[in-house]
Design a protein around this ligand. Structure first.
Ligand code: ADP
Ligand code: MG
Length: 399
C-alpha cells in the first residue's frame, strides 16, 4: 500500500512539474521579445518562440552548441564576451545595444538585458531578453538626417543673405576703383610702364564686379513674372550659348527633351541660369578627366515627367562622365564661394545660386556622383504648385 502511495505521489509531482514547465514555456513563448538562457560557457540552453522568429534559426539549431555571441555580428562579439564575464563575476544584470545577425546573414539592431542565473548562491549561467530595435533606430536615423538637411539649409540661407548684403556694400566702391583705374590709364602715355599695372587693376576689379553682379541678381531675384514655358524652349538659349564652347573642348552634347512635356510656370531666365551653371560644371568636370577628346567626353541633358506624392513634376537632369565629386566635399558644394577650381576659374557661386532659384520655384535639386565615373544633377520642378510669386519664407539671399 505504502509503495502504491509513493508511486501515485511521484506521478502527481511529475504531472504538476510538467504542467508548470508547460505554463512557463507558454509564458515565454507568448512574449513579443526574445528570451534566452545560456550556461556558464555562454552556450544557449533555452530560446523562446520570438527568439526563433527573430533570428531565423530553428530551436534545435539554437541549442546545438551555439554561444550567445554567435548571434551577433563579428565586431560586437568581444564586447558581448566581456559583458558576459562581468555579469557572471559581479552577479549583477547588465544591458547594451548590439548588432545581431540572422541566419541569412542580415544584421539588425537589438537591445539586450542579461542577468546571471544564481543556483545555490553561485552564478550558474545567464538569462536575458533581446528586443529588436530596428524601428526605433530607423526613426532616429531619419530624424538625424532630416535635422542635418535642415541645418544645411539654414546655413545656406544665412550665408546667402550675408553674401547678398556684402555684395551690396562692395558694389559702389568697386565701381569707384574701376573708374579711377580707367582715369589713371587714360592719363598715362602709351609707353608708360604703369599701364600694365592700371590694366591689371581693371582686370581684377572686373572679376570682383562679376561676382558682385551675380550675387546681386541672386539677392534681388529680379521680379520677372512666372509664366508658363516649355522646357525645350527654356533650354534653347543657354544651349545656343554653350554649344560652341563645348565643341571647342571636344565635348559631345546630347539633348533628350520630349516635345510633349507639359509646360511649367517659372521664371524662365532663372531656370536658364540653372541649366547654364550645371552644364558649365559638367564641362569643367569633363575637361578635368579628359584633357583631350574621348568617346566618354559627353554631357547629356534630359527632361522627363514624373509623379511624386500625387503631384506631377518635371525632372531635368544634367549628366556628365567627368571626374565626379569626392566624398569629402559633397556636403559643401552648395555653399556660396565653395569651389575646388583654380582662381580665375571658379567663383563657387553656381550651385548655391541654382539651389536658391530651384527652391524659389518650390522645386528640389540633388545629385548622384561617383568619383572617376561622373555626376548627375537633377532639378525637380513641380508642374502645378510653385506658382506663387514669392517663396513661402522669403528665400535665401533676400537682403
Ligand atoms: N558636375 C560636376 N562634377 C564634379 N564636380 C562638380 C560638378 N558640379 C559641381 N562640382 C563641384 O562643386 C563645386 C561648386 O560648384 P559651383 O557652385 O558651380 O562653383 P564653381 O563651379 O565656381 O566651382 C565645384 O568647384 C566642384 O568641385
Ligand atoms: Mg560652377
Amino acid at each position: 500500500m505504502a509503495i502504491y502511495d509513493d508511486v501515485t505521489e511521484r506521478m502527481e509531482t511529475l504531472e504538476s512539474l510538467r504542467e508548470s514547465e508547460a505554463k512557463y514555456r507558454e509564458l515565454a513563448d507568448s512574449l513579443p521579445i526574445a528570451v534566452y538562457e545560456a550556461d556558464l560557457e555562454g552556450r544557449m540552453t533555452f530560446i523562446n518562440r520570438t527568439g526563433v522568429e527573430l533570428s531565423g534559426y530553428s530551436e534545435s539549431e539554437f541549442l546545438s552548441g551555439f554561444s550567445v555571441s554567435d548571434f551577433l555580428v563579428e565586431s560586437d562579439r568581444p564586447r558581448a564576451a566581456s559583458t558576459i564575464g562581468r555579469i557572471l563575476a559581479s552577479g549583477k544584470p547588465s544591458s547594451g545595444e548590439y548588432s545581431a545577425r540572422r541566419k541569412d546573414g542580415t544584421a539588425f539592431p537589438v537591445h539586450v538585458v542579461s542577468t546571471p542565473v544564481i543556483k545555490e548562491g553561485r552564478p550558474a549561467g545567464l538569462r536575458g531578453i533581446v528586443i529588436d530595435i530596428s524601428e526605433r533606430k530607423r526613426a532616429e536615423d531619419e530624424k538625424r538626417s532630416w535635422e542635418a538637411a535642415l541645418r544645411q539649409q539654414q546655413k545656406l540661407e544665412s550665408i546667402g543673405t550675408l553674401a547678398g548684403g556684402v555684395a551690396h556694400e562692395i558694389n559702389n566702391p568697386i565701381n569707384g576703383i574701376m573708374n579711377y583705374a580707367q582715369l589713371i590709364l587714360d592719363s598715362l602715355t602709351a609707353e608708360s610702364p604703369l599701364r600694365v599695372h592700371a590694366k591689371e587693376i581693371l582686370r581684377e576689379t572686373d572679376r570682383v564686379a562679376n561676382i558682385v553682379g551675380s550675387l546681386l541678381t541672386f539677392a534681388r531675384q529680379d521680379k520677372q513674372a512666372h509664366s508658363p514655358a516649355a522646357i525645350g524652349d527654356i533650354v534653347e538659349s543657354p544651349l545656343r550659348l554653350v554649344r560652341t564652347v563645348l565643341r571647342r573642348d571636344q565635348i559631345i552634347l546630347e539633348v533628350n527633351i520630349p516635345p510633349d512635356l507639359p509646360r511649367i510656370k517659372c521664371r524662365s531666365q532663372q531656370i536658364q541660369q540653372v541649366v547654364m551653371n550645371l552644364i558649365t560644371n559638367a564641362r569643367d568636370a569633363l575637361n578635368e578627366r579628359f584633357p583631350g577628346a574621348d568617346d566618354d567626353k559627353r554631357i547629356v541633358l534630359r527632361a522627363s515627367e514624373c509623379e511624386r506624392d500625387g503631384h506631377r513634376w518635371i525632372r531635368m537632369t544634367v549628366e556628365d562622365h567627368g571626374a565626379g565629386i569626392p566624398e569629402a566635399v559633397r556636403d559643401r558644394i552648395f555653399e556660396p564661394f565653395f569651389t575646388t577650381k583654380p582662381r580665375d576659374h571658379g567663383t563657387g557661386l553656381g550651385l548655391s545660386i541654382s539651389h536658391g532659384i530651384v527652391r524659389d520655384h518650390h522645386g528640389e535639386m540633388h545629385f548622384e556622383t561617383e568619383v572617376g565615373r561622373g555626376t548627375r544633377f537633377h532639378v525637380d520642378l513641380p508642374e502645378e504648385i510653385g506658382w506663387a510669386l514669392e517663396p513661402p519664407d522669403g528665400g535665401p539671399g533676400r537682403a
